[in-house]
Design a protein around this ligand. Structure first.
Ligand code: ZN
Length: 168
């Protein structure tokens, strides 16, 4: 799963110390959800032409498309190991396991969830999210259609809310 580098601290560090345990991703055209067949409640999968995310499944943490998954030191439990000689054998791939998925509107985020996203408050979260989305949208559509240029303050797309934990 790709994370950008606009968090207050290196994202691997924030994931490892649980400052970040939630992420929002734009709902793409063609996305649909699969719910639990027994309870008929709770999303278990998000599918487009192929599976996008699945609850219970784990994913590598990457800092960009095509970039390798991040590693961390199990002894230091942070992204950058300061003891490269004695801890080199403790290098572990950083993987996160999705614990729940839901869908909501971007602006419906609570203050509590803004903190789970790794930000101080909703305002900081929105600024960061729009910056990331702007990049993605610019790459995928022409400028005229970009909702961020039409009206940034009224832009309220549907997003998938993914809760996750570090895979032990
Ligand atoms: Zn270390």
């Amino acid at each position: 799963m790709i994370f950008s580098d606009i968090y207050p601290r290196p994202v691997a560090e924030m994931i490892l110390d649980k400052t970040k345990c939630q992420t929002r991703r734009l709902v793409k055209e063609g996305d649909y959800e699969v719910t639990n067949p027994i309870t008929a409640k709770g999303i278990t999968h998000v599918v487009n032409s192929k599976l996008r995310w699945q609850v219970g499944r784990d994913y590598a943490v990457q800092l960009g498309r095509g970039k390798h998954g991040l590693f961390y030191c199990k002894n230091c439990t942070k992204g950058d190991c300061e003891d490269a000689f004695s801890h080199v054998a403790a290098q572990t791939p950083l993987r996160i396991k999705i614990t729940s998925i839901r869908k909501e509107r971007l602006l419906d985020i609570s203050e509590e969830d803004a903190k789970k996203e790794g930000f101080k408050d909703r305002q900081d979260f929105f600024l960061a999210f729009c910056k990331i989305a702007e990049k993605q949208i610019k790459e995928n559509s022409d400028r005229k259609e970009n909702p961020l240029y039409v009206s940034l303050c009224r832009w309220n797309p549907e997003v998938w809310v993914l809760d996750f934990e570090v895979l032990k």
